[in-house]
Design a binder for this molecule. Structure first.
Ligand code: HEC
Length: 159
């Protein structure tokens, strides 16, 4: 009679421990299951880091020339080549944009003259700011404008 009770009790203990082990395991396997599966391997293309420039169809004529005409060409043209730089035609801009100093000066990186140079006396085109200030007084292009120039370069400096 006593033995039967002990037997029953140990069965209970074994059952309980199995329960605990099972729940711990269930918990563990749940964690494993929550890890996202790796993306399916594409047979055709190797995975390429997506750039925000990818979907931008930028050209010199449409996107870059109006910008440089407004902010740079007043000082960087065929007659007045400040620092020997002419930004008034595609050939010149394409070449200049291949140099570190081009984005260096536009992004105001250390070691380069910050551009555009501020102009107080002559309008150099539409400038952001109140209408009461027709003179271009900006000393740095906006982040989105700089992004456009960067992407135009990254995408191959197309005409
Ligand atoms: C008001 C005149 C003026 C304007 C506007 C101007 N620049 Fe300049 N730029 C200069 C002068 C002058 C230099 C010669 C370097 C100096 O004096 O700092 C120069 C130098 C540069 C250099 C060489 C910088 C270096 O550190 O080697 C680059 C590149 C350049 N400009 C690009 C531009 C671009 C791009 C714009 C328009 C976003 C622009 N500039 C607008 C006058 C101007």
């Amino acid at each position: 009679m006593k033995q039967v009770t002990i037997m029953k009790q140990s069965t209970k203990i074994i059952g309980l421990s199995l329960c605990i082990i099972a729940s711990v395991y269930a918990c563990k396997s749940k964690k494993i299951a929550s890890v996202p599966p790796p993306p399916p391997a594409t047979a055709q293309e190797p995975p390429k880091a997506k750039s925000i420039c990818d979907d931008m169809a930028l050209t010199y004529t449409k996107d870059i020339k109006p910008l440089l005409d407004a902010y740079c060409v007043y000082c960087h043209n065929t007659q007045k080549k400040s620092n020997g730089i002419d930004l008034s035609s595609y050939e010149w801009v394409k070449e200049e944009a291949g140099k570190d100093r081009f984005m260096g000066s536009i992004e105001h990186k250390a070691g380069y003259s910050p551009m555009p140079r501020m102009l107080y006396t002559k309008p150099i085109g539409p400038a952001p700011g109140p209408p009461s200030s027709p003179m271009a007084k900006i000393t740095k292009l906006s982040d989105s404008t700089i992004q456009v120039i960067n992407c135009w370069i990254e995408n191959g400096r197309n005409l």
